[in-house]
Structures are given as structure tokens and as C-alpha cells.
Design a protein around this ligand. Sequence first.
Ligand code: AMP
Ligand code: ZN
Length: 119
Amino acid sequence: MDCLFCKIIEGDLPSTKVLENDKVLVFQNINPEAPVHVLVIPKKHIASMNDIEDEDLLLIGEMHKAAKEAAAKLGIDESGYRLINNCGKDGMQTVFHLHYHLMGGKRLGALTGISPEHA
Ligand code: AMP
Ligand code: ZN
């Protein structure tokens, strides 16, 4: 399959792994936007949040568990962090393999992208 993150899972493209188990991989973002910015992905190819099926619900829990463990491993569990999913065009999703951005290591500020009339 022509998917960037599937290639990373298969080892066909390099990545700096933070945590891995049989269901989930956490690796460093190549273009970090915070002092800590890693990506949490399922090993199963799911294109986006819109493509999550009932059979994937335990896997989504595994992603949250891996994110929590990665936060502790990276030393941001006490200081706090954000777990973000971008979905589709308006969400600015660029890689169509489901992923969470786990970000922290500094005060992240208020959520951006909310125009005043919708704030
Ligand atoms: P999104 O815009 O939510 O689809 O996020 C895709 C993320 O993948 C971006 O933050 C990119 O910096 C990141 N990214 C793209 N290619 C790679 C790569 N080869 N290794 C690690 N992160 C990547
Ligand atoms: Zn994929």
C-alpha cells in the first residue's frame, strides 16, 4: 500500500521510535512543532477518524494507552500535554493513516484556528 506511515511500520522508511507494541507505534515527528512532538499510530491501516469501525474501538483505546505511556517516557506526564487528531481537509490532515499528535514540553497556549465569531 502506498502509505507513508505503513512504510514506517514495515521499516521501509526510517523513524525514531519512542515506543512500540504489537498494535501501536509511537515515533518522533520529523517536523516538530513543540519541544515534544511525537506521532501515535495504529499498526493497522485506518485512513482517518472517519474510517474507524466498531471492530477498531479497542485499538483506539490502545492508542490512548500508548500515548499515556509515551508521555511518561518522554517526561511530560506531570507537566501535561495535548493529544490531537487532524481529520480531512478542514482539519488539515496531510497523511491519511490515522494518527494522534502527542505534544508538550512547553505551555501550548489556547487552541488556534477558532475565528472570533465561533469562539
Ligand atoms: P497531519 O497533518 O495531521 O496529517 O500530520 C502529519 C504529520 O506527519 C506532520 O506533523 C508531519 O511533520 C509528520 N511526518 C510526515 N512525514 C514524516 C516522517 N517521514 N516521519 C515522521 N513524521 C512525519
Ligand atoms: Zn497506512
